[in-house]
Design a protein around this ligand. Structure first.
Ligand SMILES: NC(=O)c1ccc[n+]([C@@H]2O[C@H](COP(=O)([O-])OP(=O)(O)OC[C@H]3O[C@@H](n4cnc5c(N)ncnc54)[C@H](OP(=O)(O)O)[C@@H]3O)[C@@H](O)[C@H]2O)c1
Length: 333
């Protein structure tokens, strides 16, 4: 089989990485249609040795497309996806537009790909990046010990906010070096609470995504989750300090055993030399790294761990690519 694919947002951080994953795969692709904003229209991207012209978004161009990835923003997804809903194509949306819609599956293939067999929606949502990384680390622990409550603090990279935020980190860092006493360069050697909108409970949208999306993916609305999401001056790869409390009793040995068996999860820790995973080591890697796993000394039912992963990959492009791969491998198309 070979497929006609389209990518909306093909020039963005996520779109480019998706193109790399497709390029490196051995999946046969008949046509690849690339969309971006007006400012990129007419530019060319080389894919599998052929030049591809970037187009502006138009519904006619979706004719004959089998799969489209929406990797622009939630406004674009909300505007165009409903218009494609009744088509035969699969729509894999990386934005937050439909993640909370109960009729649309929210998929991390390692965790809940079975939902694709029961929910026949042609729109599939790929989750928030921080949520994906957190759940990759703990979903198998939940199966065995049942998670009661999660307390998380995130250390999120600039790339999670797209090209613009990466540019701001570089720009502000240079300016701060020139003027170390300045308080104007928010992102220069500084960190700040996640920039998404706050609700009436003073939680940011990002923090609420971690709660609502995790409950939906684990299919358990009883799990309690509270998080504080922070941007740190890291270009790529998110980190999370996680405290996880379980319903059942556990042993740390069993926790390790389960994590060692978890697909696409790696334990990386060197207690002897006090060396653990960093976002720099996790960058450009496909796995989710778990580190400094320890018993919570304040609660016999809880553990602490440090998790890092490249959210452009597993938190976005790679996860969407795996959804595509699952659909074609399981002949759902
Ligand atoms: N970055 C992450 O780690 C991450 C993780 C999970 C999910 N996501 C989601 O993935 C999506 C893309 O994020 P990103 O970080 O790649 O953002 P980005 O770097 O800002 O890229 C945005 C892309 O959307 C395109 N675009 C903007 N307006 C458009 C329009 N009117 N029509 C067509 N294309 C348009 C841009 O084209 P131009 O280059 O021409 O402006 C660019 O290709 C977002 O929905 C984001 O929430 C991102």
């Amino acid at each position: 089989m070979s497929y006609n694919l389209a990518i909306v947002g093909s020039t963005g951080i996520v779109g480019k990485e998706l193109i790399n994953l497709l390029e490196d795969s051995n999946i046969k692709i008949k046509n690849l249609t690339l969309f971006a904003s007006e400012k990129s229209v007419g530019k060319k991207i080389i894919f599998r040795k052929k030049s591809h012209l970037i187009q502006s978004l138009n519904l006619q161009a979706f004719k004959d497309v089998d799969f489209v990835f929406f990797a622009a923003n939630s406004e674009i997804s909300k505007k165009y996806i409903p218009k494609l809903k009744n088509s035969k194509m699969y729509i894999i949306d990386l934005s937050s537009a439909f993640r909370e819609n109960k009729d649309i599956p929210l998929i991390i293939p390692e965790i809940n790909s079975q939902v694709l067999n029961t929910n026949k929606s042609n729109i599939i949502a790929s989750p928030n990046c921080t949520t994906t990384i957190m759940l990759m680390a703990i979903h198998n622990l939940h199966k065995t010990f049942k998670i009661k409550r999660i307390v998380a603090a995130t250390y999120q990279a600039a790339s999670g906010g797209g090209k613009k935020l990466m540019d701001k980190l570089l720009f502000d860092t240079k300016n701060q070096l020139r003027n170390p006493k300045s308080q104007d360069n928010l992102y220069g050697f500084n960190l700040f609470l996640h920039e998404s909108k706050l609700n009436e409970l003073k939680y940011s949208e990002e923090e609420m995504k971690m709660l609502l999306e995790a409950q939906k993916i684990l299919d358990d609305r009883n799990i309690k989750i509270t998080t504080t999401c922070v941007r740190v001056p890291v270009l790529r790869a998110h980190s999370i300090a996680l405290n996880v409390e379980f319903e059942k009793t556990f042993s740390i040995e069993l926790i390790y055993k389960i994590l060692k068996k978890s697909k696409n999860v790696k334990i990386l820790e060197d207690f002897k030399n006090n060396k653990f995973i960093t976002p720099q080591i996790a960058s450009f890697q496909k796995d989710v790294f778990v580190s400094r796993i320890r018993q919570d000394i304040s609660n016999p039912k809880a553990i602490d761990m440090w998790v890092c992963a490249d959210q452009v990959l597993k938190g976005a492009s790679l996860n969407a690519f795996q959804i595509f791969e699952t659909i074609i491998k399981e002949h759902l198309i």
